[in-house]
Design a protein around this ligand. Structure first.
Ligand SMILES: CC(C)NC(=O)[C@H](Cc1c[nH]c2ccccc12)NC(=O)[C@H](CCCC/N=C(/NCCC(=O)O)S[C@H]1O[C@H](COP(=O)(O)OP(=O)(O)OC[C@H]2O[C@@H](n3cnc4c(N)ncnc43)[C@H](O)[C@@H]2O)[C@@H](O)[C@H]1O)NC(=O)OCc1ccccc1
Length: 223
């Protein structure tokens, strides 16, 4: 039975693809307040501003490419069972070749109905405009988990982490919950590796590789 490698990723793994992280200097949350662009209240207050924020990020994503870290994780599937649990809303894991990706916080390339959350549409890199509606005439919104909103994939992700033979954590500050709490679901004695140049100190007994994702994942794969 192949070992099961679970990879928990954050914005840091896409930094070397040119996508800005959230908390680093010049990060997204420096340019925009979470409360103006990433909460249901913000959407109710100023739909146009929120849609523009995600349209800009979707356009940025269209010109971004998966990097060596994304590709190396995909190649691991030749030898191991690999599941990626990501906080990222970009599609770079899939474009890098990963086949098992759980998006905890949604996907930029999808939209959903504001009336019926079950109505989800693939929109590629198209903009969502005020007046764009679902098949029942309700405004569309980004298929993203905003702050204060439930994380529907949480239990499925926790189940995956519980079955890990190795937990690899790449490019996340582990400051957003309940996603950050997933590291505590790993089985006793299961090896944990953190790859992050500014590694958060919070993951006890983890092996830490203080390097960027591309160099760090390459080093880990060789080890
Ligand atoms: C700010 C934080 C304290 N707040 C929260 O966690 C809140 C509130 C909360 C809940 N429980 C708590 C417990 C304690 C405290 C607070 C809370 N959580 C919520 O609101 C969650 C929802 C949270 C999800 C929000 N959506 C996102 N994303 C989509 C949007 C969007 O993308 O626009 S979160 C978003 O921010 C997070 C950013 O974190 P990272 O990805 O780690 O990025 P960051 O910039 O922080 O770090 C980058 C790292 O990379 C490293 N790095 C840099 N360069 C490189 C490099 N080259 N290579 C490798 N690494 C690198 C850096 O060193 C750094 O370590 C990601 O999760 C990302 O998805 N919902 C909820 O609790 O709902 C209730 C509920 C329950 C049931 C029913 C109804 C309601």
């Amino acid at each position: 039975m192949q070992d099961h490698i679970v990879v928990l990723t954050g914005a840091g793994i896409s930094a070397e693809s040119g996508l800005s992280t959230f908390r680093d200097n010049g990060g997204l949350w420096e340019q925009h307040s979470i409360y103006d662009v990433a909460t249901p209240e913000a959407f109710a207050r100023n739909q146009e501003l929120v849609l523009r924020f995600y349209n800009e990020r979707r356009r940025q994503l269209q010109s971004a490419q998966p990097n060596q870290a994304h590709q190396l994780l995909a190649e691991l599937e030749n030898t191991y069972r690999v599941t990626v649990v990501t906080q990222n809303v970009d599609d770079l894991h899939e474009r890098g070749g990963s086949s098992q990706v759980i998006h905890l916080h949604g996907e930029l390339t999808k939209a959903r109905s504001t009336r019926d959350p079950g109505l989800v549409y693939d929109i590629g890199y198209r903009d969502i405009e005020p007046g764009d509606t679902c098949e029942r005439g309700a405004q569309l919104r980004p298929h993203i988990v905003w702050f204060g909103e439930e994380v529907p994939m949480l239990e499925e992700a926790a189940e995956v982490v519980r079955t890990a033979d190795h937990l690899l954590i790449v490019g996340t500050s582990l400051q957003v919950y309940p996603a950050a709490g997933l590291v505590y679901e790993v089985g006793d004695g299961v090896p944990i590796t953190v790859i992050d140049p500014g590694a958060p100190a919070s993951v006890s007994r983890a092996r830490v590789i203080r390097k960027g994702a591309c160099e760090g994942v390459a080093e880990w794969v060789q080890s």
